[in-house]
Design a protein around this ligand. Sequence first.
Ligand code: ATP
Length: 311
Amino acid sequence: MILTITMNPSVDISYSLNPFKIDDVNRVESVSKTAGGKGLNVARVISQMNEEVKATGIMGGTVGSYISKTLKAENIKQDFLMIKKESRNCIAILHEENQTEILESGPTLEKSEGDLFLKKLSDLLNHVSIVTISGSLPKGLSPKYYQKLISLCEKKKVPVLLDTSGRTLKETISNSSKPLLIKPNETELGDLINKKISNSTDVLKKALSHEIFNEIEYVIVSLGADGAFAKYKESFYRITIPKIKVMNPVGSGDATMAGLAIGLKQKKSIEETLKLGMTTGMLNTMEKKTGFIDKRNFDNYYSKVHVEKVN
Ligand code: ATP
């Protein structure tokens, strides 16, 4: 099965307010609450694609219990390190076509809690064939913590797909144990190599030829409505997608990770894996809820994704 790691999960609360009144009382009728955090979006989409998945990470307190209950109700297997500290709430206020977000940073973890999770992961790795790591690290853990997770996975011969950003991403891929795949978006790619990235094939080829990516087999740059550009071993691919009606693009990167993980787990070709990732990403944008897809639309959109080798 696929194991998804979410180190800093949350309850994502969305309030619809029209208008949103500053320095006044806002009474809200329409509230949605979901188990959030990028890795949980990945787990949900894998599950909606009818693939076996287990969610892990660290969570705690009453918010942690709520996340656990929600995953259970969604029939998603879970095995988290449960701690006493409270997991976080993340609030999105949807108002007049804007989205204002208030994000708690989550609990500050001790090194000992990080070590306990490593021990749990070591056991879980005996039963999984692929791992995804998504999102930011909780406060208190070293930016090198994901390196430790990937080294452990390497020892157990379980490949890792990584989706994080900033310093954590840079530190993690500079280690000798490499993830099998990373999925930066345009901004994250630019941050990694300190260059402004455009959608031109030459610019993207040059960027992905940077030595930082040398031993990473799959580097998939997701480009929102423009699809993606990928490097697989020594080859480059441009992936184009159809124009679609977008309801909510939040979490599309996570849904893409879910499709890529399924493709790799099923040992699909590079072309099929890329098409899978693009299709689950697109299906997420077509739903209101973050990290949700309607699998009934899969075949239709899969057939409209084009992968072209560009050497
Ligand atoms: P997020 O941080 O919201 O999870 P991301 O920046 O990591 O997203 P994107 O590049 O925005 O990832 O999107 C991932 C994939 O989802 C795209 O490659 C594409 O397949 C699909 N997608 C995203 N936005 C759109 C859009 N506006 N129209 C069509 N497809 C989209």
